[in-house]
Design a protein around this ligand. Structure first.
Ligand SMILES: [Zn+2]
Length: 225
């Protein structure tokens, strides 16, 4: 995420329309699960904005799936290069998610799955002024990259990236978002258009969502026959 301004822009640019649209013949599979037209790099990763999508997480249905953190514990481990101040900032940002939620943030001891908190100078996440994270809990260590300048007064950016590590997706970039919101493109700041592109994948971290997706796809297949 680039800045808080994006959040403000988002709220200005998106207005709600009627929700709860039924599946019908005017919809296609791409409206639900995305185009899936992406190129994974040699590490099997694809960067969608500030979200690292791993090819292994893409299901047969075309949804990106992820695991929830075991017992709600977000396990983190700091890269050796992080200063005590940066570590303190991260813990503060992580704890912002625990207030009023069942989540807790715990430093890694022997856990197999954990977030590896790292700093980059512009060579990761698609460039400078972008921090990025993998989505949800993954097997083994997963990277959460913080751009070096984001340690200096951009705690909300760090919170945002932890949100992705929890499994949150940009709702306004869901492949089916046009069924729910209207993007007022004239209000988008020049150069920020990509912040409003649709995800090439749907995201499913909950069984309820998976069932809904399965149901919608089965209906579409019937309609296509
Ligand atoms: Zn993001």
């Amino acid at each position: 995420m680039r800045s808080i301004a994006i959040f403000v822009l988002l709220f200005l640019s998106v207005s709600k329309t009627n929700a709860g649209v039924a599946v019908d013949e005017n919809m296609n599979i791409a409206d639900l699960v995305g185009t899936r037209q992406v190129t994974f790099d040699e590490n099997g990763e694809f960067l969608f904005g500030d979200i690292i999508i791993n090819e292994a997480e893409v299901s047969e249905l075309g949804a990106v799936t992820f695991q929830r953190w075991t017992e709600g514990k977000i396990v983190y481990q700091f890269d050796a290069s992080l200063t005590p101040r940066q570590q303190q900032i991260f813990v503060g940002a992580c704890n912002a998610w625990t207030a009023g939620t069942p989540l807790t943030c715990v430093a890694r001891t022997t856990q197999k799955n954990f977030v590896r908190v790292r700093t980059h100078n512009g060579e990761r996440c698609g460039g400078p002024w972008i921090s990025c994270s993998a989505l949800g809990m993954q097997k083994g260590g997963q990277d959460l990259w913080i751009y070096k300048e984001h340690w200096n007064g951009y705690n909300t950016v760090i919170q945002h990236e932890i949100g992705h590590a929890i499994g949150l997706m940009h709702e306004h970039q869901r492949p089916d978002r046009d069924n729910y919101v209207l993007i007022l493109e004239d209000n988008i700041l020049p150069g920020e258009e990509s912040q409003f592109s649709k995800s090439p994948y749907a995201v499913s971290g909950a069984q309820r969502l998976r069932l809904r997706l399965d149901h919608a796809l089965s209906q579409l297949r019937v309609l296509e026959v």
